[in-house]
Design a binder for this molecule. Structure first.
Ligand code: E4P
Length: 217
C-alpha cells in the first residue's frame, strides 16, 4: 500500500520524505487554510520536494470553473493531481481531465455507488473518507471493502485512496481491505513505527551493551 501524507505543512512533508516513507501528498482547502500559506506557492513547493503525486483541490463547484482552475493547477508541475468533488459537475470535470491525460483524485466519497461513478468517469484515485463515516457511527472500512469488490469485479484501474484516516488501526485495516493508497496525517505515519516492546527491548539492549564495555568502531 502506498503512503500519501495528508498535510500542507512543508516541514512535515520534508521530514517524512527524508525517512523514505512518502509516495505522495494530498491537500484540501481546510489543510491549506490551516497552513496559513498561499495555495499556489505551497503546491509548487510540495511538487518540487516530493517525487510522487500531489493532490491540489479545485475551489469552484461548477464544471466550467473547475476546468479553468484544474487546467491552471496542472501547469504548476508534472506531478499535480487535480482533486475534484464527487458531484455531477465534478465527475464531468473528471472525465475531461482523464481524457486529457491529467491525473485526478475524486474526493468526498461516502458510498460505493459514488465510487462506481468516479471509476466510470476515469478517476485516477477515489477518496473514500473513513474517519468521517466512523464519526457518524457508520463503518468506513466496510466502504473500502465494497469499493474493492466492485472495482475488482469490473477491472477498474481507479486506485482506492483511503482518506480521513485518523488512527494506526485505520491504516492496518485499510491495507487488509485492499486499499491501494492511504493518505495519513504526519503524526499517525510516524506513530506506526512505535511499539512499547520495541522501546523496552532497546533499553535492555543498551544497558547490556554498555556492561560489555565494547564499542563497534
Ligand atoms: C484527503 O484527501 C482528505 O481531504 C482528508 O483525508 C480528510 O480528512 P479529515 O476527515 O480528517 O478532515
Amino acid at each position: 500500500m502506498k503512503f500519501f501524507v495528508d498535510t500542507a505543512v512543508i516541514d512535515d512533508i520534508r521530514e517524512l520524505n527524508d525517512y523514505g516513507l512518502l509516495d505522495g501528498v494530498t491537500t484540501n482547502p481546510s489543510l491549506i487554510a490551516k497552513s496559513g500559506r498561499n495555495f499556489i506557492e505551497v503546491i509548487s513547493e510540495i511538487c518540487a520536494l516530493v517525487d510522487g503525486p500531489v493532490s491540489a483541490e479545485v475551489a469552484s463547484m461548477d464544471y466550467a470553473s473547475m476546468i479553468k482552475e484544474g487546467d491552471y493547477l496542472a501547469t504548476l508541475a508534472d506531478n499535480v493531481v487535480i482533486k475534484l468533488p464527487l458531484t455531477l459537475d465534478g465527475l464531468k470535470a473528471c472525465r475531461y481531465f482523464s481524457q486529457k491525460g491529467i491525473k485526478t483524485n475524486v474526493t468526498l466519497c461516502f458510498s460505493a455507488n459514488q465510487a462506481l461513478l468516479a471509476a466510470k468517469a476515469g478517476a485516477t484515485y477515489i477518496s473514500p473518507f473513513l474517519g468521517r463515516l466512523d464519526d457518524l457511527n457508520l463503518d468506513g472500512m466496510e466502504l473500502i471493502r465494497e469499493i474493492r469488490a466492485i472495482y475488482d469485479n469490473y477491472g477498474f484501474a481507479t486506485e482506492i485512496l483511503a482518506a480521513s484516516v485518523r488512527t494506526a488501526n485505520h491504516v492496518k485495516e485499510a491495507a487488509i481491505a485492499g486499499a491501494d493508497v492511504a493518505t495519513i496525517p504526519p503524526g499517525v505515519i510516524k506513530g506506526l513505527a512505535n511499539h512499547v516492546l520495541t522501546d523496552k527491548g532497546l533499553e535492555q539492549f543498551a544497558k547490556d551493551w554498555a556492561s560489555t564495555g565494547q564499542t563497534i568502531l
